[in-house]
Ligand binder design. Structure first.
Ligand code: BGC
Length: 756
């Protein structure tokens, strides 16, 4: 191809920006190529480009109802006729090549297929679930695991991952909390952007660049009652303040696709919401890529009670701005007739096809349809020792030490007898986490294996499940109690099975299943020191002997290296440094529960409980707050200083704080900066995280760190959905969690006012 001149695409196409086309640099000839193709395409071929179907060439088992064409022969025919643009959720180079050969060599126009899949926390090397990894409070870690996933996924014949999940999740009953970065908007935005960078790398045309698809647009995490696929009723201000920023950050990081949410917002299903998918997404947020529907979500407009029938559903989705229909096949079935009858303008279809073809162009598919289909890469780049080492490191950094009376770390050279009790001890079916269906079953390191590998004498470890995941085992508790009695310390491995969180796994209570709680209480009654190793995909409400244990580690689902990583932390090879990305409430009934809530007119103060905004049955606080996480060493913050206690309109205020490691081990702490706008024309949360910094210090070492605050950090979405900052007083805290910390204040002055 001749590359005479390069230009920004929207520039070349004149009005292209208005259509929301990708803002990528193309050569003029490339743009011409897309124009020529569109001019030659039949409406059937256009609808084909807008259709994504399950990959029957290399079928996997997506966690979804079976729908669409499940047979390679029939799908081959569709590809030959140009009736498919994208296949999803199959892996393997050989199958992808067969499909690509058909598209490139046997279809009339030879347009290459896009291969997509859900690579959420790993392909074969499984990394911690995204919520676990969010505990690292470390965008660089998220970037590096995403890069490793991209290397594996592209070696397995994938071009795009349906990730990251950028949904802020504030109700722990919702099972998909596990797929995101937790309850906070700043943390979710930082980690989502880092993951986009990691997946895509610097150059989209490289064979190991995996396109990202931040999902689910928008406010899917706000479903009422945490009920999966449910409804969202939300103010426009909250939508913009809490749920859109992680998407904006992901687009700014270069994501070229997104996925419409299954849920409805304020009475309109996202899949048919033109104001959301076109006016907000493209008009205001300037998104320039293409929009996938979620799995059969266009067809589901009928069940929502929004579309009359399939034809109507296809019409509504395409007019709203859904460019690519996933799995229902509605576009290929109905678009030709819808255009012919005038119900859908050809121009709308052309814009959608153009967006899709530009993304294919941007990733180099037209020049090389065989990119990411390389048997040599498939043999050498998947499940490498380097990825395994990264998985172990990431897992160690994802563990949160919630509580420690001093029993941890355990010194294995002391030869203590250790009892590993609970259904997760030797279990390998619940190691990876709920979104790792490409991982090889049974290849993750279970707890017992990880502990034995780290103990000088493996015979010091006794293992007994005591109960099943969700029910008793005959004589299980009695055996567990006997073993506990003869041990010096008990490791109690309890929590949620892999099927209790993830898609369609909403729960009404977020507690340890009853059979496991009974086991925990029986073990607690032995009086032996107990370390709880929680396995979970959400924050939990802990009770009885679980809450009273001498130590508790939140270990989430840690992936391939689970058992090793837990052993690293238990034995002190790794000093825990994770921080909670979700608040642990006292009771399930506090949900939705998150730290950046509003004050109300009657906040709880001085333990006065009458006629206050609280439940009569529990405290309003968290058992373990957002941002909380202990270490085996002790960090002290002091010397909080401001460069100026007044901030003029365009000023920067520098905030510094000293962190000292007062303990006897090297460790790492996350200093967290929170603000509160004391008085505003739309009430503000009691705290908002604005920045964080991780510092690693040796014993006795101190470091002063600096934060810069500008007016933008003090802005919010005011009445009428306008982003504003208002002059006045702001509280500032720098601390080790969302509670407590060092306090100061600044005053923001309006532009015209002189300083002092
Ligand atoms: C999920 C999406 C996922 C898609 C494809 C849907 O059920 O909501 O997150 O990407 O399936 O597997």
């Amino acid at each position: 191809m001749t590359m005479h001149r390069r230009a920004v695409l929207s520039g070349i196409l004149g009005g292209a920006a208005a259509f929301g086309l990708p803002r990528i640099t193309f050569a003029a000839g490339e743009v011409q190529r897309v124009d020529d193709l569109i001019a030659r395409m039949t409406i059937e071929e256009k609808a084909g480009q807008m259709t994504c179907l399950a990959d029957a060439f290399r079928p996997f088992n997506p966690p979804n109802p079976q729908a669409g064409i499940q047979d390679e022969k029939r799908l081959s025919e569709e590809i030959r006729k140009g009736r498919v643009g994208c296949l999803f959720n199959g892996i393997g180079v050989a199958g992808a090549r067969r499909a690509q050969e058909l598209a490139v060599k046997e279809s009339r126009l030879g347009i290459p297929l896009l291969f997509a899949g859900d690579v959420i926390h790993g392909l074969k090397t499984i990394f911690p679930v995204p919520l676990a990894e969010a505990s690292s409070f470390d965008p660089e870690l998220a970037r590096s695991t995403a890069r490793a996933m991209a290397v594996e996924a592209t070696a397995a014949g994938l071009h795009l991952t349906f990730a990251p999940m950028a949904d802020v999740a504030r109700d722990q009953r919702w099972g998909r909390v596990v797929e995101g970065s937790g309850e906070d908007v700043t943390l979710t935005a930082l980690l989502s952007a880092a993951r986009v960078h990691g997946f895509q790398g610097r150059d989209l045309r490289r064979a190991d660049s995996l396109l990202a698809c931040p999902k689910h647009f928008a406010a899917y995490g706000a479903v009422a009652g945490g009920l999966e696929y449910g409804s969202v009723d939300i103010s426009d201000e909250t939508l913009r303040e809490t749920h859109l920023p992680p998407f904006a950050a992901s687009f700014a990081a270069g994501a070229l696709t997104t996925m419409a949410a299954f849920s409805e917002i304020n009475g309109v299903p996202a899949t048919a919401d033109r104001a959301l998918l076109t006016d907000t997404l493209r008009g205001e947020m300037e998104f320039r890529g293409f929009v996938f529907s979620d799995y059969t979500a266009d067809e589901e407009l009928i069940a929502h009670g929004y579309a009359e029938d399939e034809r109507d559903a296809a019409r509504l989705a395409v007019l709203a701005g859904v460019d690519m229909s996933m799995q229902s096949g509605l576009y290929i079935r109905y678009l030709p007739e819808l255009v012919k009858s005038g119900a859908v303008p050809m121009g709308t279809v052309d814009v959608a096809v153009r967006r899709i073809l530009y993304v294919k162009l941007a990733m180099g598919l037209f020049d090389n349809p065989w990119r990411s289909l390389d048997e040599e890469a498939e043999r050498t780049r998947i499940a490498t020792p380097a990825h395994r080492a990264l998985a172990r490191d990431a897992a160690g950094r994802s563990i949160v030490l919630l509580k420690n009376s001093g029993v941890l770390p355990i010194d294995p050279s002391q030869g203590q007898k250790i009892a590993l009790i609970g259904p997760f001890g030797e279990d390998r079916d619940n190691v990876y986490g709920p979104w790792a269906f490409y991982g090889d079953p049974g290849k993750g390191v279970d707890l017992a294996t990880g502990l034995r590998a780290a103990l000088p004498d493996a015979a010091k470890l006794a293992v007994e499940p005591g109960c099943g995941m969700d029910g008793p085992i005959d004589g299980g508790i009695a055996r567990a109690v006997e073993i506990a009695k003869s041990a010096d310390i008990v490791l109690l491995a309890i929590g949620e099975s892999q099927t209790m969180s993830g898609e369609a796994q909403s729960r009404t209570t977020i507690e340890i299943p009853a059979a496991q709680q009974a086991l925990a209480d029986a073990i607690g009654a032995t009086g032996k020191p107990v370390v709880v190793l929680l396995r979970h995909g959400r924050a939990l409400a802990l009770h009885g002997s679980v809450a009273d244990a001498q130590a508790i580690l939140a270990t989430w689902f840690l992936g391939s290296e689970s058992g090793h990583a837990v052993a690293d932390v238990l034995f002190g090879t790794v000093n825990p440094s994770g921080k909670l990305p979700v608040s642990f409430p006292w009771e399930s009934g506090q949900e939705p529960f998150f730290y950046d809530r509003k004050s109300t007119g009657r906040p709880v103060v001085d333990n006065r409980t009458e006629y206050r905004a609280r439940y009569t049955t529990t405290d309003n606080s968290a058992r373990f707050p957002f941002g909380h996480g202990l270490s085996y060493t002790e960090f002290v913050l002091d010397n909080l200083k401001l460069s100026d206690s007044a901030m003029r309109w365009d000023d920067t205020v520098e905030i510094s704080v000293r962190i000292t490691n007062k303990g006897s081990r090297r460790g790492s702490e996350v200093a967290q900066l929170y603000i509160r706008d004391r008085v505003a024309s739309r009430t503000r949360p009691i705290r908002e995280l604005k920045a964080m910094q991780r510092v690693s210090l040796s014993p006795g070492e101190s470091r002063t760190i600096h934060f810069s605050l500008i007016r933008k950090d003090l802005e919010f979405i005011g009445q009428g959905s306008k982003r504003i900052a208002e002059p006045g007083m702001f509280d500032i805290w720098v601390g080790q969690s969302s509670t407590g910390g060092l306090h100061t204040q600044i005053e923001l002055y309006a532009a015209a006012l002189p300083k002092n």
